[in-house]
Design a protein around this ligand. Sequence first.
Ligand code: ATP
Ligand code: MG
Length: 235
Amino acid sequence: MLEIRNLNVHYGVIHALKDISLTVNDGEIVTLIGANGAGKTTTLRTISGLKKVTSGEIILDGKQIEHLSAPQRVSMGLSQVPEGRRIFPEMSVFENLEMGAFLRTDKSEIRRDMEMVYDRFPILGDRKKQMAGTLSGGEQQMLAMGRALMSRPKILLMDEPSMGLAPLLVREIFDIIKSINEGGTTVLLVEQNASMALSIADRGYVIETGSIVLSGTGEELAKSSEVQKAYLGGE
Ligand SMILES: Nc1ncnc2c1ncn2[C@@H]1O[C@H](COP(=O)(O)OP(=O)(O)OP(=O)(O)O)[C@@H](O)[C@H]1O
Ligand SMILES: [Mg+2]
């Protein structure tokens, strides 16, 4: 579904992504784990078209997309839940969800998808008219996920959805990601919470200072001594 080949990305003289290659197959949850500043967000922003590539290819559904704009990529079925949620705080829950469908014109289908989002996140249905900035952190994460789903993505890119949430809520968010995936949406999940991410992922990649240093199934990575030492607090 998504393939990245030899991607290089710079911020001025900083070489943020160094020859990164990765694949996400249809129906998978793939996780990209790594420490602060490793290049996780840059990877997602480059895939979604918010950051330009220096060189390399991004292939979505067999088509090269690295030259396309971010909205064009959304139309092709790619959607991102950004780091820090980035909801529109002064708009209502309902209006935030509408924004997620801004490229669509199929009004009755949009209404149906909104009902689906309210089914998946009942709290959002209860708070339709509430200003989004007044939601709790967990509710804002759910809204950011709901908004991303409103574009009917084939693949959802998620940047640290568990960040800043209480442990119980983290569990809930990961359960929701799993169930979104079971509903047919492919997921590329960026996380610092390696143990949770690996527990729901089919496969994963480890990124260190802009390079992929390890890859494997979720289970293999969770067992690997390098991952345990660096990311799971093991010895
Ligand atoms: N706008 C920017 N301008 C200059 N350098 C940047 C910019 N954004 C990121 N970088 C640099 O690129 C590298 C990768 O950053 P990135 O945000 O992708 O890491 P990350 O893995 O998402 O980190 P975190 O876990 O803290 O979110 C870092 O060295 C960072 O300082
Ligand atoms: Mg980041």
